[in-house]
Design a protein around this ligand. Sequence first.
Ligand SMILES: [Fe+2]
Ligand SMILES: [Fe+2]
Length: 254
Amino acid sequence: MSTEQLLAPILNFLHCETPDEWIVEAKNPENLSIILIDHLICELKAAQTAMWLIRKYAVDKASGKLLLDWLAPHEKYIYKKEGNLESLSKSLKFSKSIVPKSDSLIGQDLVDKMVLLINEELHHFYQVLEIMNDRNIAYKNITAGRYAKGMMTNVRTHEPATLIDKLICGAYIEARSCERFAKLAPFLDDELNKFYVSLLRSEARHYQDYLSLARQVAGGDISERIEFFGKVEAELISSPDTDFKFHSGRPIKS
Ligand SMILES: [Fe+2]
Ligand SMILES: [Fe+2]
């Protein structure tokens, strides 16, 4: 499938494209370290979100513990600056079997899709870190942008609405990442261009996996809710934002 074919449904799903002003900031070599550091954190957060969903909705405590142990070295790297590429490379693949709770309606599908997603996000995490190391870009703590929080504050607080909304938010975050990688890639050097284009295939599937899980949980029409979050997301992307990040809005100087 060509890049255009991969992107067509994503552009159709999103309510707006990334503003050109964001691309101007993102391609500025001075901002490369912030883009890569924030991208690294996004990959970990994507893995954490998926893991949280499995642990909350699909598995028992013992399986939850196995999953947490898988993620722990990556979290230690980000939050405690412990470990390195070599130690992380040992905990990339997860091969233990996770059994869903018998009373979980979408348990098996949620586990299968999210374990694959976590595998891929952690692989991306490792790839970003390799690129940072090669370029002597040191990891440092940065504050979170407004984007994910801006979506999550709209999640309803009763089940199954909470789960449905979180899955829709997941779909938008994945779809936006995909759109940004594609739009930014041509303005970056060869290595980063190739890397960002290589990410499109998995991120395009991630957004569809989240959407199909949301539809499965709802068991009915969720187009109104998808439309609602589409508007919230587009507002966060197109309104002025002083804090430049991977998912930030239209950049303005503070
Ligand atoms: Fe990713
Ligand atoms: Fe993803």
